[in-house]
Design a protein around this ligand. Structure first.
Ligand SMILES: C[S@@+](CC[C@H](N)C(=O)[O-])C[C@H]1O[C@@H](n2cnc3c(N)ncnc32)[C@H](O)[C@@H]1O
Length: 264
């Protein structure tokens, strides 16, 4: 395994418990347009590529014969629900036999792959004829502005918390448009059925937003580096500054990219 992939596995593996509680609900909400549109049938065996804690796979398992969840982070796989069969693997080197699955999907994982084309090539090989692959990725506008995000930005600036220097190298720009994903699918011999942008909505609860902002993601990582008294003051201020905000301030509407392709 490359050092970069080991870093991905460590980052997600170590954050898995928090991820399931604080981040997976957002991923489910933002994956909904894809979940609804996948041409899944009752008897299908499907693979969830970069499944994380299996939150999306668990939803699709209700409509399928079986879901295999592949992920490089064993800490994430340990937390998958019983209806998702966990497999430790690099999705760019799929350990699935030729023409063994009816479908595959991947939500918010492809941005970690330096060569998304190899994921599509592996999927095209593993799909049975008539099978499908569906992806959800970030568009270019994550829309982390307004409402609670402005409060957070202002607070981190006021407390002079330095920028996040420990971000993983990602490849968002390779998968942030329907046309880019479509090209990977087409080059792998698949036929694009649908490729679209949509702004999906996730509404944080106050407790989950504070939990996320102070323990994980870019803000949580920045805060982890701050001296304890600064950290404690910022968290206290965050509670106070969020107090006057109504529920609309907690709505997040990032632009996402959804693609469905078929193997003929
Ligand atoms: C943002 S999480 C998304 C998890 C899940 N799909 C969801 O929507 O909640 C990205 C996941 O992709 C996994 N991942 C990234 N690169 C991978 C690779 N090359 N092979 C397997 N898993 C990978 C990470 O370990 C992580 O669990």
């Amino acid at each position: 395994m490359s050092a970069a992939l080991r870093a991905v596995a460590a980052r997600y593996g170590n954050a898995a418990r928090l991820y399931r509680r604080l981040w997976a609900p957002a991923m489910v909400a933002l994956s909904r347009p894809l979940i609804r549109a996948l041409p899944l049938e009752r008897n299908d065996l499907v693979a969830d590529l970069g499944c994380g804690v299996g939150a999306i796979g668990a939803r699709l398992a209700r409509r399928a014969r079986g879901v295999v969840g592949l992920d490089v982070a064993e800490g994430m796989l340990k937390r998958t629900p019983p209806e998702v069969v966990p497999v430790a693997a690099d999705i760019a080197r799929l350990p699935l036999g030729d023409q063994t699955i009816d479908g595959a999907f991947s939500t918010f994982a492809l941005q970690h792959c330096p060569r998304p084309g190899s994921v599509f090539a592996g999927v095209a090989r593993a799909l049975k004829p008539g099978g499908f692959v569906g992806t959800a990725t970030w568009g270019t506008d994550h829309h982390e502005i307004g409402g609670v995000y402005d409060v957070l930005e202002e607070l981190f600036a006021r407390h002079r918390i330095p920028a996040d220097s420990s971000g993983l190298k990602t490849y968002h720009d390779k998968v942030d448009e329907p046309s880019k994903i479509s090209r990977f699918a087409t080059n792998a011999g698949l036929v694009v059925e649908r490729a679209w942008f949509a702004r999906s909505t996730y509404t944080w609860t106050k407790a989950v937003f504070i939990g996320w902002a102070t323990t994980m993601g870019p803000f949580g990582r920045r805060l982890a580096e701050a001296p304890e008294p600064v950290r404690a003051r910022l968290i206290e201020d965050l509670h106070n500054d969020l107090a006057p905000l109504g529920p609309d301030a907690y709505r997040w509407t990032p632009e996402c990219v959804y693609v469905i392709a078929l193997k003929e």
